[in-house]
Design a protein around this ligand. Structure first.
Ligand code: SAH
Length: 510
């Protein structure tokens, strides 16, 4: 990627973070975040975007408005100049698009004046994202050939306001207000006073693109009251015009089966992050609660000796995506590559493990149709003659011996090597207990027996059983563990992957 790093010469990138949902940033924006020495971040930018930044990047949050820790525009300007002058690559991350009501223009002018190189990376602005995530089309051949974006902050009766209410009231297109919630009464009053139809369709979209998105649709006359009734809070976009009357069937985002559902994920940190992304794709709100940590065992002499003779095996069997990732991390750190496998055949326990293998350029020779250790064993025996063959199981230290025993019964010579172990992780959990008690959690999800143990070492099983939270498990082994602890299991996935788990939850909401 192209990040110019002229010697000792800093540069500032004014980057649009997109409207809320983290994956609506541009590819260019994400790449620049990865390359940044320093990220100066607005409040509206999704904090998950900071995961793109490298471990050594300095992250500075610069909330504006009132309160301790808030920054004035002048302080932000000084910071930009100070960091860039010291030779750093600075990303100034701003919600939406950096220059739509984002003071990007002022920052660019200041940098130009100070002789500091800068570049602007556009972002998806809130008006466009909010409308489209609510199924409202800002332009339409039939009823809107023009759109205006207006700041509602100027709509406070200021003598020097630039808003021409007379013109706006006659505007025959779509009007979009940013920052309007504080002045909504005044805005409506001015439009009606200047001749706009009282029954003109209008909509408010708050927290657009996020699982907490809310929409209010009403006539212009009723808009403000309806927002008060529904306690609509900023950040919100106000759309006024025929476009706001769009067919509610087009409201695709809020119709997703998991939309707005609070779903707790209980794997290790890294597993939780991947799982959370899948929940967001399905419109849900992931709540990450790590109960376990994955500890590689790749420094043990048993593993290193095994690695040296990997090509001697006929079958190498990965029983989890975790094991696979740890294995390849280890290969990489030892400057080795997949040729280490020689001509050994490779089996993966499930589609996720096989997909991970694919990331390393290897196609699994065998994947069972049901993703459990037992099925892998049974089906592999039917697939290949294992009599006298050498098989290596690369697995968790805590995995059951069932798979190895099955393969041995079929005549294979099995080596069992633990490539990682699972340790219980303690996380501060009062907030989660309170959310469950208040009925704010829809689902608890469990993707392994270890996360069941880790979770219920911290959260009381009675609390879960007596609340209306539902419990979803990835497969029979995990469900068994839950039942052993006396926990009611509402759903067990038929396909034992995180996608299968979310699919099973979705079906209960259909
Ligand atoms: N530069 C930003 C706008 C900053 S002004 C952009 O291009 O989007 C802040 C205003 O943006 C908020 O008051 C609200 O009107 C709007 N906004 C930002 N994020 C929003 C979101 N997720 N949902 C609804 N409105 C949002």
């Amino acid at each position: 990627m192209n990040v110019e790093r002229a010697k000792n010469k800093g540069k500032v990138y004014l980057v649009g973070a997109g409207p809320g949902r983290a994956d609506l940033i541009t590819v260019r924006g994400a790449e620049l975040l990865k390359a940044a020495d320093c990220v100066i971040c607005d409040k509206l930018a999704n904090p998950a975007l900071l995961n793109y930044a490298g471990p050594n990047a300095e992250i500075i949050h610069v909330p504006k408005r009132i309160g301790s820790g808030s920054f004035t525009q002048e302080e932000i300007n000084n910071l930009l100049i100070e960091k860039a002058s010291s030779g750093q690559t600075v990303v100034r991350l701003k919600g939406g698009d950096p220059c739509i009501f984002g003071r990007g223009a002022e920052e660019a002018a200041l940098l130009a004046k100070a002789g500091i190189d800068f570049e602007i990376v556009p972002g998806v602005t809130a008006a466009i994202a909010a409308a489209e995530y609510a199924g409202i089309m800002l332009t339409h051949r039939d009823y809107s050939s023009q759109v205006v974006f207006i700041t509602g902050q100027e709509a406070d009766n200021k003598a020097n306001s630039n808003i021409d209410w007379h013109l706006l009231a006659k505007f025959s297109g779509t009007i979009v207000f940013y920052m309007a919630m504080g002045n909504l009464d005044f805005i409506v009053e001015q439009l009606i006073k200047n001749g706009m139809e009282q029954e003109m369709p209008a909509a408010v979209i708050a927290d657009a693109t996020l699982p907490t998105q809310r929409t209010v649709r009403a006539s212009l006359r009723q808009l403000s009251d309806k927002c008060k009734q529904e306690k609509t809070e900023p950040p919100a976009i106000v759309v006024i015009g025929a476009a706001a009357d769009s067919d509610t069937k087009l409201n695709w985002f809020m119709k997703k089966p998991l939309f707005g559902r609070n779903i707790v994920v209980t794997r290790d940190r890294c597993g939780n992050a991947g799982f959370a992304a899948k929940i967001i794709h399905r419109g849900g709100n992931p709540i990450e609660f790590a109960t376990i940590g994955i500890k590689p065992l790749t420094q043990t002499s048993q593993f290193l000796q095994t690695l040296a003779k990997l090509a001697e095996y006929d079958w190498i069997i990965f029983t989890s995506a975790n094991g696979m990732t740890i294995f390849f991390d280890c290969l990489q750190s030892l400057q080795k590559d997949s040729r280490t496998f020689g001509s050994a055949k490779i089996a993966a326990i499930g589609s996720e493990t096989a997909a991970k293998l694919g990331e390393f350029g290897i196609k699994a020779d065998f994947v069972p149709t049901v993703f459990t250790g037992k099925e892998l064993g049974k089906q592999l025996i039917g697939f290949a003659n294992l009599q006298g063959r050498k098989a290596l199981l690369l697995r968790s230290q805590l995995a059951s011996d069932e798979l190895g025993e099955l393969l041995e019964q079929a005549g294979a010579k099995v080596d069992n090597v633990a490539i990682y172990t699972v340790v219980t992780e303690k996380t501060e959990c009062k907030w989660l207990t309170e959310m469950i008690s208040r009925g704010e959690i829809d689902w608890l999800t469990f993707a392994s027996p270890s996360s069941v143990k880790g979770f219920f070492a911290q959260i009381q099983s009675d609390l879960v059983n007596s609340s209306n939270v539902k419990v979803a498990s990835i497969g029979p082994v995990t469900s068994e563990q839950l039942k052993n602890l006396g926990i009611r299991v509402d759903v067990t996935a038929r396909e034992h992957t995180t996608d299968g788990l979310l699919g099973a939850i979705e079906r209960t909401h259909e």
